[in-house]
Structure formats: structure tokens, C-alpha cells
Design a protein around this ligand. Structure first.
Ligand SMILES: C[S@@+](CC[C@H](N)C(=O)[O-])C[C@H]1O[C@@H](n2cnc3c(N)ncnc32)[C@H](O)[C@@H]1O
Ligand code: SF4
Length: 422
């Protein structure tokens, strides 16, 4: 048991800390802890370089607790022990642990931790599962100036920006957008099909925390069949080579379906050539082009199919010299909480999406027509007042629309690429 004394603690500098209302999200490279207001108060006081004894007194005063009560002492000790066991804090003078770490977000306000920006709805591929129905005829590119104004008002309160699309690299100003946005956040990730990496300048590659490339095949034929782009395979391999050479952390995402899952070993043959930060698997959700008669029924893998992929993966991990973070297939997240219309994963709260038209949505996968709620300017006013957007009506309308497609909310399962575990 930790005795309440004059010790000073510090916070793990490898983790990210984000205020959200009264809580703090602590993200480690592996997972996210959502600390309640009591834990959050303790954590922020530790960060202010205050001794454990003084923090204890401060908390007792704040929560009107009796300092001498043994149960209170025990409960406080438990909090310190738990934070310690989770490696969030350590006693002072530990390598990699610090005070005065800059937290993103703002106490009492609901600034999102992650914003995914769809820079365009255009794409050089036409994948049959694409929820965005992107293609090379679509041509909306985000208005950079509105974006910069929005982020300058947010003033570094967002921990992480993800750039996506369509194909984000097709935005004519992709390099400047990345340079500019870096002023406003700690991390920028790029989600791309990997075919246009040569367009990114060297200094821009250095800014990126990571690049996620979704692999849509394992040779020229399979790539062409899925993406309808003749040079796609060669372009993607070229892209992977560039980012490996420039030491940008690579995340590979593989979308599994009935047609490709048994070729997982061939995908592994490609990724073996690169140093991956993470390997993710997804399965198409029934949105956009994935709803077409042609693709219907191809996305759901059976339990046996999933076991097969997981076994192949296990062999690869066991034989691999690269220690990589691998997400085994998850496919279980329900969209709605038990008795209310809100997204169980927190989408729309700690994560929001900005579309190519500068409109806000809670999740990139959910249909734009039903979930586009307000402009970025209106959204800023809402969160700046300390409110949070209520998407319950949109979810209700979505449930009604699903019924017409013979689906229910229970059918909408998510593989959780956005790292929010439920
Ligand atoms: C819309 S894409 C944009 C980024 C880039 N063009 C790419 O394909 O990686 C973002 C991610 O969503 C995935 N995706 C597309 N349609 C999907 C669907 N119906 N269900 C689940 N994921 C989907 C893509 O495979 C990709 O990993
Ligand atoms: S999934 Fe990505 S690469 Fe495929 S069409 Fe959609 S935006 Fe393009």
C-alpha cells in the first residue's frame, strides 16, 4: 500500500492526455483509459507538480471528505496504485515520466480528441465496398481557409487529426494543408490508398505521425479487379517503398471479404517487406457501394473464415522478426447504447468528422445524408459554449431507413479502425 506522504509523482510522457468535460482520456499506444472526474483531478494535480499529501488534502476539501477517515485514505491509495499499475504515473525521477505535460482539450468543455477530415470525395480507385462511393468524377475539395480558421479557433485543443477522403492525396494543396495543420495538433495521420505517395514532399512526410495504407490486393490482377485502376498495384508498392525509406511509421489496413480472405498469406508476403507500426483488419459495412447487388453478401465472413485469418496471422506474428502491433479481427461493436439513441463508441463526441463540404458528422462510415448536421463554424459555437451535439434524432432516422433495407442497428457492426473500443 502507498502511504500518503510528501512524494511527488510524474506522468508517462509516451501517453496522450485529453480533457473531455470533467474526464480525461489517457491514450497509450495500445489502449484508451477514460478517467472519471476524481481520477482526472488527481492526475492534473500530479501534473502540476504537487505532492501526494497536498493532493490528498486538496481532494478531501474539494469532495468534502474526512481526511482522517481510513476508508477515504484507502480509496485514495487505490487511485494512486491503479494509476501507477497502468503506468500512467510513477514516482519522480523515472525516465520518460514528466510534470507539466500539455493536455489537449479543455476542462468542462467537449473538444474532440480526434478529428477526421475528408479532404475530397474524389478518388482514383472505385472499390466496390466504398461507403463514400468515391470515384474520379466527384470533385469537391475542402475549402482550406475555412479549415484553418476553424482550427485556429480550436487553438491546439485537438490531440489528433486524420486526413482521409476519398483519396486525400488528390487534394491539389495536400502538402500545404499538412504543413498548416501541424500548427494546431500533436499528431497528424494520413489514411490513403497509397497510390499517390510520390506527391508528398519530404518535409511533409516528416510531419506525419503515421500513414495508413489500405491494401486492396496482392498483385496487379487482384488490385485491378478490386480498384478498377490499372497501375494501382505498382503505384501502391512504390508508395510503400517511399514511406519505408523515409522512415514514416506505416500502418497497413486490409479489408477482408469473402473473395480475398483465403489469400491472406499473399498479403502477408507483401507486408513482410516493410516495418509496420500496426496491422489492422476491417470488413465492409453495408453502406454506399457495399450495398450494391454485386457486392452484397461478400462482406460478411463466417466465424470459421475469421478463425482462418487469425490463425494465418498468428503464424506470421510468431515467425516475424518485426515486433508489430497487430489488431486481430474484431467485429462486434453495436451502434446504439441499450436504451438510448447515442453511438456506443463515442463517435460524435470525442471523435468527429469534417466532410469535404466542411459539414460535421459523427462517424465517417454512417450515411452522409442522414448524419450531416451542421457546418464547422456552427459546431465550434456549440462546443465553445460547453455543449455537445446530440445525434439521437439522426440515429432514430437511420434506424427507420435500415428497416427499409431489411437491416437493423444490430447488423451494423464496426471493426473500430478509429481505436475506440467498446
Ligand atoms: C473511404 S477510405 C479513404 C481513405 C483511402 N482512400 C483508403 O481507401 O484507404 C477509408 C477507409 O474506409 C474503408 N472503407 C471503405 N468502405 C467501407 C465500408 N463500406 N465499410 C467499412 N470500411 C470501409 C476503406 O477500405 C479505407 O480503409
Ligand atoms: S475505399 Fe478509398 S480507395 Fe477505395 S474508392 Fe473509396 S476512397 Fe477510394
Amino acid at each position: 500500500m502507498i502511504i500518503i506522504n510528501e512524494d511527488f509523482y510524474e506522468l508517462n510522457g509516451d501517453f496522450n492526455y485529453h480533457y473531455f468535460g470533467e474526464n480525461i482520456y489517457v491514450s497509450t499506444p495500445q489502449t484508451i483509459f477514460n478517467l472519471n472526474s476524481l481520477y482526472s483531478s488527481v492526475l492534473s494535480l500530479i501534473n502540476e507538480n504537487i505532492s501526494i499529501e497536498s493532493i490528498y488534502k486538496y481532494i478531501c476539501n474539494d469532495y468534502k471528505l474526512d481526511e482522517k477517515d481510513n476508508e477515504v485514505i484507502q480509496a485514495f491509495n487505490n487511485i494512486i496504485t491503479e494509476l501507477n499499475t497502468k503506468n500512467i504515473i510513477k514516482i519522480k525521477n523515472n525516465n520518460k515520466y514528466f510534470n507539466n505535460i500539455l493536455f489537449t482539450g479543455k476542462k468542462h468543455k467537449y473538444y474532440p480528441k480526434l478529428i477526421l477530415i475528408e479532404l475530397t470525395n474524389q478518388c482514383n480507385f472505385t472499390c466496390p465496398h466504398c461507403y463514400k462511393e468515391a470515384n474520379n468524377k466527384k470533385n469537391i475539395f475542402i475549402d482550406e481557409n475555412r479549415l484553418y480558421q476553424f482550427f485556429s479557433k480550436l487553438d491546439n485543443k485537438v490531440e489528433h487529426i486524420e486526413l482521409s477522403g476519398g483519396e486525400a492525396t488528390l487534394h491539389p494543396n495536400i502538402n500545404n494543408i499538412i504543413r498548416h495543420l501541424k500548427k494546431y495538433t500533436k499528431h497528424i495521420s494520413l489514411l490513403t490508398n497509397g497510390s499517390n505517395i510520390s506527391k508528398l514532399d519530404d518535409d511533409v512526410l516528416k510531419i506525419l505521425s503515421d500513414i495508413q495504407i489500405t491494401l486492396y490486393g496482392y498483385n496487379s490482377n487482384s488490385y485491378y479487379n478490386f480498384t478498377n485502376n490499372k497501375t494501382s498495384y505498382d503505384d501502391v508498392i512504390k508508395g510503400l517503398d517511399i514511406i519505408e525509406k523515409k522512415h514514416v511509421p506505416i500502418i497497413v489496413a486490409i479489408m477482408l471479404n469473402k473473395q480475398n480472405f483465403s489469400f491472406i498469406d499473399k498479403y502477408i508476403d507483401i507486408i513482410k517487406n516493410y516495418t509496420l507500426k500496426d496491422l489492422r483488419f476491417g470488413m465492409a459495412m453495408p453502406f454506399g457501394r457495399a450495398l450494391s447487388e454485386d457486392f452484397k453478401g461478400k462482406y460478411n465472413l463466417s466465424k470459421e473464415d475469421i478463425n482462418y485469418v487469425n490463425n494465418e496471422l498468428e503464424k506470421y506474428i510468431n515467425n516475424s522478426y518485426n515486433k508489430i502491433e497487430t489488431h486481430h479481427i474484431r467485429y462486434s461493436t453495436l451502434l446504439r447504447t441499450e436504451n438510448e439513441y447515442s453511438l456506443k463508441c463515442g463517435a460524435g463526441k470525442n471523435i468527429i468528422i469534417i466532410g469535404q463540404d466542411c459539414m460535421i458528422r459523427p462517424c465517417n462510415m454512417l450515411p452522409e445524408d442522414l448524419f450531416k448536421v451542421c457546418s464547422i463554424e456552427e459546431y465550434f459555437d456549440i462546443i465553445n459554449k460547453g455543449f455537445i451535439y446530440d445525434f439521437s434524432q439522426n440515429i432514430y432516422d437511420f434506424e427507420k431507413k435500415l428497416i427499409t433495407l431489411n437491416l437493423t442497428l444490430e447488423d451494423i457492426k464496426c471493426t473500430g479502425f478509429c481505436d475506440i473500443e467498446v
